[in-house]
Design a protein around this ligand. Structure first.
Ligand SMILES: NC(=O)C1=CN([C@@H]2O[C@H](COP(=O)(O)OP(=O)(O)OC[C@H]3O[C@@H](n4cnc5c(N)ncnc54)[C@H](OP(=O)(O)O)[C@@H]3O)[C@@H](O)[C@H]2O)C=CC1
Ligand SMILES: Nc1nc(=O)c2c([nH]1)NC[C@@H]1CN(c3ccc(C(=O)N[C@@H](CCC(=O)O)C(=O)O)cc3)C=[N+]21
Ligand SMILES: [Mg+2]
Length: 287
């Protein structure tokens, strides 16, 4: 078997072309949808993401507002800025880039974002709505991963889905979406006994661990769909660095039915889903 490589970059570009059309229709009768992104501190990786988010936001015809606070910014300052943006009519979506510096309580900040503007889907109200299948803003990375799964499998009901990783931003919401689609869902984590055996039962595998190429090809069930969420920067032979996922991609090519690459898989989908959530927030809020 030769795995189909799922082209997240191409699918995300198509999504944005569709969003751009919708936005151009919308702005005939309302102001441009706006996305505000707040970064605290000067982590270079965060800046790369935030720049590319801003660029793509503008490309689909929306307004981008960027806020940079120093690493020394207080929790109070950040909460103040969130409150200002909650009340800013031009702003439909608010994203606070994670992780935050340790002296800031991230949970408190996420709860301060107006749920209607919570385009990350991290506010407890949206987490609850998604968990009960009652709507709510769906977190971007799981949403994008689900679109990639659907691009290769029409009906996933009854399939065994295994997620490695139980974070609030990827693993847990991914489990909710797969359960909603009637998969039999297993969530594995650092305390899981015999991870290779658990992974080996997966018809759909989602790896969201943050450990370069931890999932080996021999673990993967033949014929499965492999979604690699991991983004890990590692040293390359040429002395530079490169991105690799949480899955040993090359080892899976003759086992999996389909697999996402890193880069060019889930990452670009995350940003397109963020823009989709922003458009959704704008239409809902201004209706
Ligand atoms: N493509 C994209 O758009 C995005 C990519 N990412 C990437 O996805 C990866 C995961 O991110 P995130 O969810 O935030 O990470 P976290 O660090 O929050 O969570 C990692 C999870 O992996 C589990 N884990 C760690 N080591 C092992 C192990 N040896 N065996 C099994 N499970 C293990 C942890 O278990 P435990 O809970 O027991 O500690 C934890 O649940 C990262 O590489 C990140 O960069 C993240 C967000 C978006
Ligand atoms: N509040 C919040 N929401 C997030 O959604 C969020 C966050 N904080 N903090 C950081 C993580 C990570 N994340 C990525 C988004 C896009 C790519 C992406 O586009 N990656 C490209 C490669 C980019 C490169 O070359 O560095 C790819 O995989 O092809 C990666 C990672 C969103 N996150
Ligand atoms: Mg997101």
């Amino acid at each position: 078997m030769v795995a189909k490589i799922i082209d997240g970059k191409a699918i995300s570009e198509k999504m944005r072309a569709g969003l751009a059309k919708e936005v151009s229709n919308l702005v005939r009768h309302m102001p441009k949808p706006g996305l505000a992104v707040i970064v605290v501190g000067d982590d270079p990786a965060s800046h790369v993401y935030v720049r590319s988010k801003a660029k793509q936001t503008i490309e689909v015809g929306m307004e981008s507002f960027e806020y940079q606070l120093p690493a020394s910014a207080s929790e109070h300052q950040l909460l103040d800025l969130v409150a200002t943006l909650n009340n800013d009519e031009r702003v439909d979506g608010i994203l606070v880039q994670l992780p935050l510096p340790h002296h800031i309580n991230a949970e408190k900040v996420l709860r301060a974002i107006a749920p209607a503007k919570d385009v990350d889907g991290f506010h407890p109200l949206n987490v609850g709505l998604v968990a009960t299948g009652s709507g709510g803003m769906v977190p971007c990375t799981p949403l994008g991963s689900m679109i990639l799964i659907k691009s290769v499998r029409d009906n996933i009901a009854g399939l065994n889905a295994v997620i490695v990783g139980r974070s609030n931003i990827v693993g847990k919401p991914m489990a909710q979406l797969l359960l909603q689609e009637s998969c039999t869902v297993t969530i594995a984590h650092s305390r899981t006994a015999d991870l290779p055996a658990v992974v080996g039962a997966a018809d759909i595998l989602v790896a969201a661990v943050g450990r370069p190429e931890m999932v080996r090809g021999t673990w993967v069930k033949p014929g499965s769909v492999v979604i690699d969420v991991g983004i890990n920067r590692v040293a390359a032979p040429d002395g530079k660095s490169k991105l690799v996922g949480d899955v040993a991609f090359g080892e899976c090519l003759d086992r999996a039915a389909a697999i996402t690459p890193v880069p060019g898989g889930v990452g670009p989908m995350t940003i397109s889903c963020l823009l989709q959530n922003t458009l959704r927030a704008a239409t809902a809020r201004r209706a």
